[in-house]
Design a protein around this ligand. Sequence first.
Ligand SMILES: Cc1ncc(C[n+]2csc(CCOP(=O)(O)OP(=O)(O)O)c2C)c(N)n1
Ligand SMILES: [Mg+2]
Length: 788
Amino acid sequence: MNAPFVLAALPPERLAALHQVERKLLWLSAWMIHNANHIRPNRDGLKVGGHQASCASVISIMTALYFEILRPEDRVAVKPHAGPVFHAINHLFGRQTPEKMAGLRQMGGAQSYPSRTKDGAEVDFSTGSVGLGVALTSFAALMQDYVRLHGLDTGLPLGRQVAIAGDAELDEGNIYEALLEGWKHDVRNVWWIIDYNRQSLDSVVTDRLFGRIEGLFQDMGWNVVTLKYGRKLQAVFAREGGEALRRWIDDCPNSLYSALTFQGGAAWRGAILAELGREPGLRAIIDPLTDDELAELMTNLGGHDVDYLIESFRAADAAGDQPTCFIAYTVKGMGLPFAGHKDNHSGLMTPDQMERFRAAMRIRPGHEWDVAEGLDLDEAGFRQVIADAPFAEPLTPAGRRLDAPLIAIPDILPGPATVGRKVSTQAGFGEILAEIGRGEGACTEMASRIVTTSPDVTVSTNLGPWVNRRGVFDRHTRNDVFRDAKLASAQRWGMSPTGQHIELGIAEQNLFLLLAAAGLQTGLTGARLLPIGTVYDPFVNRGLDALIYACYQDARFLLVSTPSGITLAPEGGQHQSINTPLIGMAADRLASYEPAYADELAILLRHAFVHMQEPAGSAVWLRLSTRQLDQPRRTLDPAAVIAGAHWVVPPEPGAAIALAYQGPVAPEAEAAFAVLRDEVPGAGLLAVTSPDRLHAGWLAASRARREGRPAPSHIEALLAPLARDAALVTILDGHPAAHSWLGAVRGQRVVPLGPDRFGQSGDLPDLYREYGLDTETILDACAQALLP
Ligand SMILES: Cc1ncc(C[n+]2csc(CCOP(=O)(O)OP(=O)(O)O)c2C)c(N)n1
Ligand SMILES: [Mg+2]
């Protein structure tokens, strides 16, 4: 039998020092917000905001973590509203400047919610949209295991993925999607620490909720550690009358507990004595305490007891790598005048309250940012306290954000010849990826770095052949039963730690969170990956906030959405996408494309692998189709395809009209163009591969011109040969607004075609006719466009 693990107690002097850290963080976070709202000049009259109560609630938890528990290799998602505490911690570690803190919520200052791209390398995961940062840590743990099991890590120790979460974050459905998926993948090394202040934005949360949530975590294989009472209350509970007091607090509704906390000691005394006054021993506990001491005792919750927190974290650490949820009871606004008040979420201390707080904190005017101001330790002593934290050690001499060499991408991607065949872009994608999957020649390295994932649409998005070659990832080897039994199946899905496809259940937010985690691995583990996720195009909407979230923190991945548009014909309106081209245009850090033919696809797929590695690159999105098209024999200018459009038939100078198409409606556009060209000699036919890139290029050129740097954009150059008053007829299987802006480039008339209503079941002739994508409608639109 193993000897029981004995945890070393925290030396009293270290505990006293950590109380000083708590004090400092409470002051700095409150002051940062106060300074932004009440001291800094306000030019526009807008409320600056900030969440002093949300910060105060989590001070002890973050002190315990950052100054005792976390190791440099651990990665943390901090609840968005604790941003100022996070900035203050970095300041103590010498990783944040007073200038940035004084600039909280100001341009160039510290961000309201921690941001990887704007606050820099100390931020492991951006947060802001509640629930997503929490769930991301689970996928980061999965990806860290992936990296390690594929031997791609740099040899640095691999850490724990930690989320410091608000309790209301657990109302977000994506949390439960992530829990279930995490269970399937047997994730480990994840900690979620819940700041259970029983308050959200609007109010106090429902009683008894946590009984449910605790059970949910346990059902998902998590270890649940509830830290309800701090050591002072625990000691009192052991005395005569203590058990009754414990029962009373346990039964106290959240709202009453909050109200009493806000009212303070006298109110506590009145309420306790009214109900428990006759309980033997009770008065001996209560009577000797002053009102302030009683208030302190009654709010001595587990999440405010740094010693108890540290011991609990250490115990969980010693217990192994099982995912662990800590439910740390806290008071929102602890230590501040509005502690416990149900409306305190956005509450700010008044200047008077701040002055009283300043006096209690012993902060002299002009010394607000000084590291050791107002503490019981001198500066050298306090700096030593900070230096003694394991987290003070830098992860690498270059800092916390890692990097990795570029992965070589061959000049031309392999793939079977497509000319002369009928091929869809979706099938073309599957074929190229399957060829890469051979891992031969110039593709060897690239193939080893691709990781694919899909929310239960792996087969129907044509990833199957790739998966057959590269296998499905699982921490444990699991045989393919069908294969072992020699039962015929096109899918050979053995699972092993070396597999390169991560199969997800149908939960699109999980897809995007996994892509985010995979796409951040260069910075997190120093392992550069080429993540590819496939999804049905309409269901991008289902995961959209997670997609935006992934892009916001500059994760690099390739999204392949297919099938798309009403071209999916018989499948019906719920599977037919309309708005996705507009999403592609409006999403920052996401270059979106829709090729029509396999040659364009090959160029764009290669570009994606390059672009997602470039420092100034981004994630890439390819919107593909299942419609099979006869493939043209031609030579393309890759730069034009990447820039967003190329002339299939260039217009003659001064031409009166051009027809622009995007994606699988190419045949209808070509047929219409053949008629048009007879009637309007010199007309041009433009293939649009990316309204997103065209529009971005146009805006960039416009900005550059305003700054005195003339720089014609790709679309301006393309349209230049047309007559000034030429007309444009545009067509895509998506919302026509994606193209209608083209008329603004040179002030030309546009007749935009594309579905703007929900689709329905049908075949292509019927649907294209109904939604105006057929050749006849295109010709009618041309006639309309040419009217004087
Ligand atoms: C997706 C999303 N919806 C709404 C908000 C607005 N919002 C910000 S904080 C918050 C409540 C947070 O409560 P909790 O997580 O308990 O944090 P704490 O009590 O610690 O402030 C809400 C609704 C948001 N940030 N993200
Ligand atoms: Mg809360």
